[in-house]
Write a protein that binds this ligand. Sequence first.
Ligand code: CP
Ligand code: NVA
Length: 303
Amino acid sequence: MKLKTKDLLTLAELTPKEFTGLIDYSIKLKKELKSGNKPLLKNKTLTMIFQKPSTRTRVSFEVAMYQLGGHAVNLSSNEMQLSRGESIEDTAKTLSRYTNCIMARVYDHSLLEKLSQSSSIPVINGLSDSFHPCQILADFMTIKEKKGSLKGLKIAWIGDGNNVCNSMIYGCSLSGVSISIATPNGFEPDAKVVAESKKSTSIELTSDPLIAIKNADVVITDTFTSIHTNDPKRIKKFLPKFQVNEKLMNHAKKNAIFMHCLPAKRDHEVTSSVIDGPQSVVWDEAENRLHTQKALLSSIIRA
Ligand code: CP
Ligand code: NVA
């Protein structure tokens, strides 16, 4: 499939049909991998830029390019001329002459917008302080695999209304899945994202995890201290009320699944008994980063 958008910075660039199409395409590529994927990106190169640490995003993008017959160049931003003051615009123009796509993990989201404006090749957000769209593709792929269909589902997001939560809201609005978000006061997701997405699905904000988790098919949390909000004092605002533990999970549907983008801090946002327990699908979720990365790259990189 081919996407209309040049870039993927938030997820909101996709149409509902493109979003669900990418999920179905990812499931197809996962099945086909057993006999080897077609070299859909032969001779294509991806530049990866990291301002922040990564395990899953970095490896899944690199392996995705390799399995599709292409190549990835990995750059830590402090090894680039960016660190000596070269502009993001000049960097974007240079990389556009060598490679076919840029994936960047950055602090300030506006840096991705500048990259996008100055590059003639697609730019993919590999996580910014505001959004993590690639994670949400993998999450919805996992939900579809586990539940069979996305129709009529309810997600409960418990904890920090952070970058992953913002993109999760866009995922819900693109798929019609409803979401209830429980955060402490002052840790809500982006108000603009919520207002935009309320037009296409049900979004509930609460400070009570018991309200959010009621009748949930999927329970999701993320770390209380993201890379850009790494202040241990924050944790006090979340614990013990916003921890996903067995007692809280008992209020979701009996067959509810537990998800987490990882990395996780066990016994902070989630207990070991839940993340390592029978309802957890976090390893399939992590694996699916690879399959969704392949669907995305082969749909966004031009021939
Ligand atoms: N979930 C995720 O993006 O993991 P990494 O930070 O390891 O890339
Ligand atoms: N919210 C986390 C996600 C890590 C994949 C962070 O931004 O650090």
